[in-house]
Ligand binder design. Structure first.
Ligand code: DAH
Length: 340
């Protein structure tokens, strides 16, 4: 019996060693470890073994089976990966990586800049930590005006505030140059607002300013009409509603035809057909005189438009927080989007 076991061991081991592919290895597995294989045949001989030697023979047989199973498994493992590698199609295109996308506000901001550049405007910049002098005083804001209130404005030491509007960039620009002045200034502004679906304590405005000889309210209206038609489509209209801003006289709030129902009335515009987009007016002579401009010679208009609102309309969002939560599941939707 011992010799027979030894013979099967030698034959099986050399068969596994010689197997060069999966088919050969499986063939050897069947031949030596299968139910009708040579190993099983040895077990069948057990009843004929001398009872005195049976215990020893059984032990050897079990050892043989364990050894061959280990050899067989090692062989199959060594062949498997190679056969998988052969099934990879190297001519398939590679996987794309997500390399980021424009933020929806960036898309809209660049479109705004592009449209105004086309009308001869330059982009001007200003600090977000602003002097009270520029944020309120030189914009002709009276001491009693509610926008100065500590419940609205974040005050800092040494005469600074976190700017509440982009309008102070008007003053900074005019202090540096003589008319004609034609600038826009997009950027962040801050107010003590309780956050909800349409309010955020940080949001975005785009300031505009044009000062030259003979600038009129008709120029203001024509400029804004042209801008909104390029942004929302040629069937867009605007309307002015009388208002008050300290730095403009007269002042107007600007409404735009609702781009969803084209003025017919829908849920977004609360059935009015119009959406409120910002403020505007003719620059108050006090402001022009404050920066040293000749108010007999020059007039100007200014406007301040809400950018977040434009982005929400443009992309059909109903909650301003989506813009600021930095949730990549939301932001990924803008992958590949370019400003128009
Ligand atoms: N600064 C104003 C605000 O934050 C918006 C505004 C209104 C800006 C009229 C202007 C303007 O330049 O002329 O509410």
């Amino acid at each position: 019996m011992k010799e027979k076991i030894e013979a099967v061991r030698m034959a099986a081991k050399s068969a596994f060693a010689a197997a060069a592919d999966l088919a050969a290895a499986n063939h050897a597995k069947n031949k030596y470890l299968g139910r009708k294989g040579e190993g099983a045949a040895l077990f069948k001989l057990m009843p004929s073994v001398d009872p005195a030697e049976r215990g020893e023979a059984g032990k050897l047989l079990n050892e043989l089976r364990q050894e061959l199973e280990a050899v067989c498994e090692a062989k199959l493992n060594s062949l498997q990966p190679r056969s998988q590698a052969a099934s990879i199609d190297t001519t398939l295109p590679g996987r794309d990586y997500f390399i980021g996308s424009y933020h929806p506000l960036t898309v809209v901001m660049r479109e705004i800049i592009d449209i105004f550049r086309g009308m001869g405007y330059r982009v001007a910049d200003g600090p977000e930590l602003e002097l009270v002098k520029y944020n309120f005083d030189m914009l002709n804001t009276p001491e009693w005006h509610p926008s100065r209130d500590e419940s609205d404005t974040i005050y800092l030491p040494n005469g600074f505030v976190v700017r509440t509007e982009t309008s102070p960039v008007q003053i900074r620009t005019m202090e540096k140059m003589q008319p004609p002045v034609r600038i826009i200034s997009p950027g962040r502004v801050y107010r003590r607002d309780r956050p909800d679906a349409t309010h955020s304590p940080m949001f975005h405005q785009c300031e505009g300013l044009y000062v030259d000889e003979g600038v009129t309210m008709a120029d203001l209206k024509g400029t804004l009409l042209s801008f909104y038609r390029q942004l929302f489509g040629q069937d867009t209209n605007i309307r002015f509603r009388p208002h008050f801003f300290p730095f403009t006289e007269p002042s107007a709030e600007v409404d735009v035809t609702c781009p969803f129902c084209h003025g017919k009335g829908c849920r977004v515009c609360k059935q009015t057909g119009w959406l409120e987009m910002g403020g505007s007016g003719m620059v108050d002579p006090n402001v022009l005189a404050g920066v040293g401009y000749d108010i007999e010679k020059y007039t100007g208009f200014a406007f301040g438009l809400g950018i977040d609102r434009m982005a929400m309309l443009r992309f059909g969002m109903d909650n301003i927080r989506l813009l600021f939560d930095s949730d990549v599941r939301f932001l990924r939707q803008f992958a590949g989007m370019q400003p128009k």
